[in-house]
Design a protein. Structure first.
Length: 753
């Protein structure tokens, strides 16, 4: 599992010259975020100063990480890139496809059986292409990345929104869609809008019941779930340096909940301690040589208002523990106000379950502090009033806390130890009775608490808080319990007051593990066979999309004119469809089923022009495809907003849609369409959307002259024989036109390989 120290040294070797050049270019001191961005430019040294929130810039990330749900399609695509190995260090982590039900050993065995073909596939592709593979049960992607791969000043992307967790070790780590991961794994650049910067100055020091989690719960309360959009949050100040590295990880992790691109902290002693404790003293030695480049220039933190687009100040000495929720992580309630809030809002007071762990709060510090509360309850003879569960973030953490007696402490309270995996955090929780849909309250130390997320019950009120608060609330069985002021009754009816939690930042005896669950790839993977059962309904090898025949597209049928909002969820729904993420044919049966047909205002009901009948969108698309008739999709404003999921572009491509013509695109989806060899077009005149009729046949008049900056002419032939010529703009540059010609970006990479 060895991390790549040579790669890290190379990053540091470039750092000084690139950052110095950027400072010169920008003409002022630089934040840490800017230093990392400018030292990871695809072009090498900066040639211009980029405008925050405006310029799109190509970067060269150092690492890629994928989780098992998103890795399937990413790896299926990568197999077409014609490469023998990934271009940058990459890991795959099996953590999302494991249910929490009975307890670790049973649940893991069930998952290994149920998802065997997926795990086997990911394992063999990883083995073949030089990708580190973390087996089911090894742990959660972000905890493993923090323990093994994150490093100060680095840049990584990951196919999961909480990739941002690695900011705890001073990285810029960003969650992306599979298409972006494939690009970087294939040796291409990765594009990002140069972010805005939010500074968070932490003064004072955490103490008593307050934990790092409370910092981000407070920030979420201030900024709301959208407040960080398009921005990197940079934390600094004495409060930041006095906090543990894993605590910083928790804060960065939940930066995803405020919509931030990512969050980060400057290199400090807490990072040195953590790196050293996790066997990476050589990273410390390398980082120390460039330490001044791994934090902002001193002027920035001395006068932050001048350098950040927005500044927030939090005094940790005054910060109260927070409990955020229900149903949204930005609804913050300080513990002292919970009684009144819960009463006023009718939230169920009785806590049914307390859950700790996940990628958000799985550190040794988290576990030992929560255990200190549990130990008090046991010592005082208090029977906990709620059930209690843990999903440890990694086997290394689980093994170490078992060795140190922490698991035994939890088990004395009847705690269920689930697999080292996402489990309840991603709805993989087979909670007894959840199907009854009863109104109830749970508390957890995870990051997200949207309706249905944990157990599928829309009436479960989930509250997010720190692990030690979860322990206290679960023991008391009350949401309005304030451990700082309230007492509990033990089994003899005596009053007991809990003492503030205590714990160790890092294990005194060091971390330990017997089998971390890592599979190193073959040195030479050329002979490794990738096995996919042709009868599988979950996995399907991809065939390259056909290249353009250099002719105008003619006789295309309108598949759907989507009305109003059409997000990637409308185009490729999630939920039960997640099962088919690795099977393009099967998942294509959800294509555009959530989009509203402008002609009848119904979802998943469009006219098949060949028969005159109305049918599901995928069925009509398949009917056209079967007889070789191309189709096009028309849409409204901001088409494809939402996630970066590449399925939303692959499915129409697979089902024979040639072009998507809309009033405007969400940029990531537009790029994804281009990458899949589709035509992503916008109405030159938005009002032309109204000219599109249900029975239209579309002919491209000048696609043979497709060139950057030159609009395309499309002829819409209506049912009565009348015609409208519509002008369509596009944003293809020369190389993107190359993707279209080749049939997809990957086809082009493969041709060049
Ligand atoms: Fe997994 Fe939940 Fe983290 S789903 S990756 S534990 S946010």
């Amino acid at each position: 599992m060895a991390f790549d120290i040579e790669m890290i040294k190379k990053v540091y070797d470039n750092m000084a010259s690139r950052v110095d050049a950027a400072r010169e270019m920008v003409g002022r001191p630089l934040t840490l975020t800017e230093k990392i961005l400018y030292s990871h430019l695809w072009e090498g040294q900066a040639k211009e100063a980029y405008k925050r929130g405006v310029d799109y810039v190509d970067f060269a990330p150092d690492r890629v990480a994928c989780q098992d749900a998103t890795a399937q399609m990413a790896l299926l695509q990568f197999m077409h890139a014609g490469k023998s190995k990934v271009a940058v260090p990459t890991t795959v982590h099996c953590d999302h496809l494991i249910q929490a039900k009975v307890g670790a050993s049973t649940d893991l065995a069930v998952a290994n059986k149920q998802s065997k073909e997926v795990f086997d596939f990911l394992s063999s592709v990883s083995n073949k292409y030089g990708i580190g593979f973390w087996r089911p049960g090894s742990g959660i992607i972000h905890q493993i990345v923090l323990e093994n791969y994150a490093f100060p000043g680095g840049m990584m992307i990951g196919t999961d929104s909480h990739t941002v967790n690695a900011g705890g070790l001073g990285m810029l780590a960003i969650g992306v869609g599979g298409a972006d991961a494939v690009d970087v794994m294939s040796g291409m650049s990765w594009e990002l809008k140069f972010p805005k910067l939010i500074g968070v100055k932490l003064t004072g020091k955490l103490s008593g019941w307050t934990a790092p989690k409370d910092v981000i719960l407070k920030v979420a309360d201030i900024l709301t779930v959208k407040g960080g959009t398009g921005a990197v949050v940079e934390y600094f100040g004495e409060g930041a340096t006095s906090m543990s590295c894993t605590g910083k990880g928790t804060i960065c992790n939940m930066g995803a909940e405020i919509g931030a691109t990512t969050s980060t902290f400057g290199y400090d002693d807490s990072m040195r301690r953590y790196l050293s404790a996790t066997g990476r003293q050589d990273v410390v030695d390398a980082a120390d040589k460039v330490a001044s480049y791994l934090t902002a220039d001193p002027e920035v933190y001395a006068n932050p208002k001048e350098y950040f687009d927005q500044l927030i100040e939090i005094n940790l000495s005054e910060l109260e523990p927070h409990i955020n929720g229900p149903f949204t992580p930005d609804r913050g309630t300080p513990v002292s106000q919970m009684k009144a809030e819960a009463e006023a809002n009718g939230w169920p007071i009785k806590v049914e379950w307390g859950l700790i762990g996940s990628c958000t709060n799985s550190s040794y510090e988290d576990m030992s502090r929560a255990a200190s509360i549990v130990r008090q309850a046991v010592a005082h003879g208090i029977t906990p009033k709620a059930e209690f569960g843990i999903n440890p973030g990694s086997e290394q953490i689980r093994y170490t806390i078992e060795r140190d007696g922490i698991i035994a402490d939890f088990e004395k309270m009847g705690t269920k130890v689930f697999t080292n995996a996402c489990g309840p955090c991603i709805g993989q929780w087979d909670r007894a009775g959840a199907d009854k849909g009863e109104k109830n309250t749970i508390v957890h130390s995870f990051n997200r608490n949207f309706s249905k997320r944990a157990d599928g019950n829309p009436n479960t009120h989930a509250f997010v808080t720190s692990p030690e608060m979860v322990a206290a609330l679960a023991i008391s069985g009350r949401l309005d319990f304030n451990p700082m002021t309230d007492t509990l009754l033990n089994d003899n009816g005596e009053e007991v007051k809990l003492v503030a939690p205590e714990g160790d930042e890092l294990p005194n005896r060091g971390f330990d593990v017997e089998d971390a669950g890592f599979q190193a790839p073959a040195e030479d993977g050329s002979s490794v066979q990738i096995m996919v059962d042709p009868a599988s309904d979950r996995l399907q090898l991809l065939a390259p999309f056909a290249s353009w025949d250099k002719k105008n597209i003619s006789g295309a049928k309108l598949l759907i004119k989507a009305f109003g909002k059409c997000t990637t969820d409308h185009i490729s729904m999630a939920g039960p469809w997640l099962r088919y993420r690795g099977h393009l044919d099967n998942i294509s049966n959800n294509m555009l089923i959530g989009a509203v047909n402008a002609f009848n205002q119904k979802t998943n009901s469009v006219k098949n022009q060949l028969t005159g009948d109305y049918d599901a969108v995928p069925a009509v698309a398949r009917a056209y495809k079967a007889v070789g008739v191309p189709s096009i999709v028309v849409g409204d404003q901001n088409y494809g907003e939402g996630s970066s999921r590449e399925h939303a572009a692959m499915e129409p491509r697979f089902l024979g849609v040639k072009a998507v013509l809309v009033k405007s695109f969400a940029r990531i989806h537009e790029t994804n369409l281009k990458k899949q060899g589709m035509l992503a077009l916008t109405f030159a005149n938005e009002a032309d959307y109204d000219k599109v009729q249900e029975d239209d046949t579309i002919n491209f008049l000048d696609l043979t002259e497709f060139a950057p900056g030159k609009p395309l002419k499309l002829e819409f032939v209506h049912a009565n024989g009348s015609k409208d010529i519509i002008l369509a703009n596009h944003s293809y540059n020369e190389s993107q036109i190359g993707w279209f010609v080749a049939g997809s970006a990957l086809n082009l990479i493969a041709a060049e390989a």
